[in-house]
Design a binder for this molecule. Structure first.
Ligand code: SAH
Length: 345
């Protein structure tokens, strides 16, 4: 069976060529592109300024695969989780996190995840596929429309901390970020976007070379190789020295500090050796630490630490002039918190 391609998989030059070959005017490509990037259009019929014969032609050759909200769950703390279905019926999740000053959208870059972090619910569903750039864009725009409805405000910040490892789908992520930041998207600055990675050092270097402007966050969780390899087995391929090197390279190129995301667990990293290793890591690269509150996912190996350990981390990091903040969990009651995105309703 022949499946028509999604029209957004073509760039505008290619579309112009196809249209010219069929004797349509070149400027029609721009009109089509305008409709597509504005979002909210799910068929060619809705493109009001196109002639009928062009609409028929487009219908015969292309499709528009829009994403669709399947379910909305609201948390007591204001966080809202969305289950979003894709054209092939795969489901991803995205979250809106409102505060007084910001609306942060936490968005997905893959269906499932190919990494194997033992403490993360998303890792338990295998990676089905990467999202296309327009699926990431659509996801953001659909969330933005919901944000206006729910909070009367647009999305102000975006974090790639939903499902998946964005650096293993970086081409689509980069394209989507361009569209999101353009006037046709949200028109926000790239500085309002944070891409979070589990630490794929090769791609961190590659992105640094591309002069990207967004913020980088790295999920470290342990600066001791053996522990990190235990809880994030894939990291055996990305040794800590290489990660550190790639982060320094990132800083050299972008001049932007790296956020180190860090979870603390009982009998895993709630000890002085781990605190000292984290300090050692952070003094080697311009960074700030974000201690994340752990959300239980039913794996008994991982338990939240006693509060005194969080306090110890904060105290010792501060004593070494390393900036540190604690990220309180949001949306736990609806399985919308970090590491809980696993299509559980
Ligand atoms: N793959 C990327 C993007 C996912 S971001 C990355 O790892 O950075 C999700 C963030 O939530 C990461 O910092 C991850 O380590 C953290 N996380 C995963 N499971 C968690 C859990 N159960 N509780 C709290 N945070 C978790």
């Amino acid at each position: 069976m022949h499946i028509s391609p999604d029209i957004r998989s073509l760039d505008i030059k290619k579309l112009e060529k196809i249209l010219l070959k069929q004797n349509f005017k070149k400027y029609r490509a721009n009109q089509i592109n305008d409709w597509l990037t504005k979002g909210g259009v799910s068929s060619f019929h809705e493109m009001k300024n196109l002639p009928r014969d062009l609409i028929s032609f487009l219908n015969s050759r292309f499709i528009i695969n829009n994403v669709d909200i399947k379910l909305i769950k609201k948390s007591k703390d204001g966080t809202v989780k969305f289950l979003i279905s894709l054209c092939d019926k795969n489901i991803i999740e995205a979250v809106l996190i409102p505060t007084e000053k910001r609306i942060t959208a936490c968005i997905s870059s893959q269906v499932g995840c190919s990494l194997d972090c033992d403490f993360c619910a998303t890792a338990k569903i295998r990676r089905m596929r990467n999202l296309n750039f327009y699926e990431i864009f659509d996801q953001t725009m659909i969330l933005n429309a919901e944000s206006s409805k729910l909070f009367g405000r647009s999305i102000s910040n975006i974090v790639f901390m939903g499902m998946g490892e964005p650096l293993l789908n970086y081409k689509n992520v980069l394209k989507a970020i361009e569209m999101i930041c353009s006037k046709k998207g949200l028109g926000i600055s790239k500085k309002k976007i944070t891409v979070s990675t589990s630490g794929i050092s090769k791609i961190i270097r590659l992105l640094a070379d591309q002069n990207v402007k967004f913020n980088l966050a790295v999920s470290l969780h342990s600066a001791i190789e053996k522990t990190r390899n235990d809880i994030m087995p894939f990291s055996k391929d990305f040794p800590i020295v290489e990660l550190l090197d790639s982060l320094n390279y990132w800083y050299k190129k972008t001049k932007s500090k790296i956020t180190i995301e860090y979870l603390v667990w009982q009998a895993i990293n709630d000890n002085m050796q781990h605190i000292n290793s984290l300090v050692e890591f952070c003094v080697k690269v311009p960074s700030k630490v974000n201690l994340i509150e752990f959300n239980e996912i039913g794996n008994l190996k991982f338990k939240s630490p006693q509060n005194m350990w969080i306090e110890k981390y904060v105290e010792i990091l501060k004593a070494n002039n390393i900036s540190v903040s604690i990220r309180r969990s949001r949306g736990k009651d609806i399985n919308a918190a970090c590491g809980q995105l696993a299509n559980k309703i």
